[in-house]
Design a protein around this ligand. Sequence first.
Ligand code: WT7
Length: 632
Amino acid sequence: MSDRIHTLSGYFHEYQKSLAEPDKFWARIADSFHWRKRWDKVLDWNFEGPDVKWFVNGKLNITENVLERHLFTLGDRPAIIWEPNDPNEEGRVLTYQELYHKVCKFSNALKAKGIGKGDKVIIYMPMVPEAAVAMLACARIGAVHSVVFAGFSSNALADRIEDCQAKAVLTSDGNFRGKKKIEVKAVVDEALEKTNDVETVVVYQRTKQDVVMKEGRDYWWHDFIAGQAETNTATEMDSEDMLFILYTSGSTGKPKGIVHTTGGYMVYSKYTFENVFQYSPGDIYWCTADIGWITGHSYIVYGPLLAGATSIMFEGVPTYPDAGRFWAIVDKYKVNQFYTAPTAIRALEAHGTEPIEPYKLDSLKVLGTVGEPINEEAWHWYHTHVGKNRCPIVDTWWQTETGGIMVSPLAGVTPNKPAYATLPLPGVQLAIVDPEGNELTGNSVEGNLCIKFPWPGMLRTTYGDHERCKQTYFATYKGMYFTGDGVKRDHDGYYRILGRVDDVINVSGHRMGTAEVENAINEHPKVIESAVVGYPHEVKGQGIYAYVICDMTNRTVENLTNEIKETVRKIIGPIAKPDKVQIVSGLPKTRSGKIMRRILRKVAEGAMDDMGDTSTLLDPEVVEEIKKNRIN
Ligand code: WT7
């Protein structure tokens, strides 16, 4: 049964119902799933704790809703279509039936190694179907998966393993990405030298490169599953049992483990998938994200598979073997819904329209974007050249913490407005607040984006540190969840997301905390102090600009800047590498010693004549020097 909304008036109607009677509204949606035991109460909550419970005392297993529920009717339908990095390599199709057997087999193998309910399992894998199998197998046995993007460094991986005390790591020998073959197992080995928790490592053979296998700890995937049965009884979970942890960056210190639980996430990811993309049975849907991010969790794996959809998984990159690769894949599989990031659109836009011209793209019905604000120019390029002026664009605003899409047009239902995420989904109660926390009502207002009422897909805590969850999201404005984003509501009541208002930089749709990058820079022995800001970047949305005070003995500016970039790459990963490093003799500080980032942002942007109020600066000379040596 589908809970799809088909018209704009239908949307307003549903939205009103979700406001007036949220329990009734969500109970109706949740009733279309398979529960071993129905819930006693739909919602129990307060935002002070915060303490939020959805579908209280409901018992279920999410994979029964992905697998068993579809087997009789959709057993032969492709669940996952896999397109490899190299277009000359054969792709793979897993039907729901085949996915079921693979998940069961892997579940049994994990159980045989003593992994069970509540155990944490890190998945550090390339984009191969086995990564989805791994996630689902964890969910099936009640183990908590934490997928770590396979581009993160061994240090970042070790931090995450340690934070959640992972018992097992699922990985591959290597990873194909464009022309490159990337080491994966070797990174895991390095990470495991720094932690003691991991007892089992399972290695999927993808690139066939040489790897070191540690006796008694490391197993090849094919050996690991050999002899295991292809059926398995799923472990019964409570609605509020943890489903997964996903680490994300914030404005302070180390990444935090966002915790999502079972029942609410299940209901929310499927409901939003069907409605936003207007998915019809038989459609071929493709999201280009990586499973290492929340987009991959909710809109490659859980949402689509819960809806019985066919979800494409692509191993490669948009520009290999050429900048027409996405469009070749769209035509090859007759993709109906295509979901990607503004940074990918801008990168392809830079290649012009020539790489698109050979392709028909006539199967496309819906285009989507996610991860960062889309600029109007990129929106129009996407709409004209990819969508041929006939596909609605869903600009979907959400976060790792929200679990699923929060503000977005429903494709073909909600009128589009370029660069606007438009309207909240049913069940989502937005508030725009001023810096003092007063809610700004009415239209034509701008402020900070908050959410006033719980929704089923929301985070429940930050792993191992509930106080941090409270302080980060629920303490800034009392009684509300604070998103960290600025927003405008226009004269029609449509929402436009303006970007982060905290110290978080959005690089190619990936979140980086300035403090996190600074900590990495400060690891370099010659670095005394650093300050990092974002600046507008044509393709990435934002680039990373670092101002660094260094001890210059025995170093040139050039080798120091390179060493600093390299240090960040090693500590976090390539995505965090600063685009620009400026060596400075001092940083602009207030008399109380606070770095005035506003000034550093202005310089990085090149808005040199627009410094604002600098009267509280301790040493105005510093600003002059920074301006003079600015990196273009
Ligand atoms: C931050 C969340 C949600 C999946 C990908 C990113 C920004 C996300 C949009 C959009 C403008 C957007 C926000 C948000 N963001 N989507 N459609 N328009 N900004 O997840 O890593 O948790 O980052 O991404 O700033 O807070 P994430």
